[in-house]
Ligand binder design. Structure first.
Ligand SMILES: [Ca+2]
Length: 103
């Protein structure tokens, strides 16, 4: 590996480390749905995403799951400023045409 590439890698790591240290994150909070903590179970590697899944103008919580490639949908029964998530349901009931199997 050339010296220029090594230098670029080292500078990138230092830059990213500096950026990460400069960001103040809020304290983590446990998200609840239907009165209990969101827990997709299995092995973890959950990928949360917030969007208006059903087009009603209120943002919902989607959580992709590594295990089985299932997508959980937590419909927001509240508002965008005061969300209240309902019970999680699997996209297309978790059937094969509603999943993205991984590995
Ligand atoms: Ca919605």
């Amino acid at each position: 590996m050339k010296l220029e590439k090594i230098s670029l890698i080292i500078m990138s790591v230092l830059l990213l480390t500096g950026i990460a240290n400069a960001i103040d994150f809020a304290e983590p909070v446990r998200i609840e749905a239907a009165g209990k903590p969101v827990d997709t179970g299995n092995v973890g590697h959950a990928a949360p995403f917030v969007c208006d899944f059903d087009g009603d103008g209120v943002k919902d919580l989607l959580v992709g799951e590594f295990s089985g490639g299932v997508l959980w949908i937590y419909k927001n029964e509240g508002t965008n400023s005061k969300p209240k998530l309902g019970e999680g349901v699997k996209f297309k009931d978790g059937k094969p045409d509603g999943t993205v199997p991984c590995g």
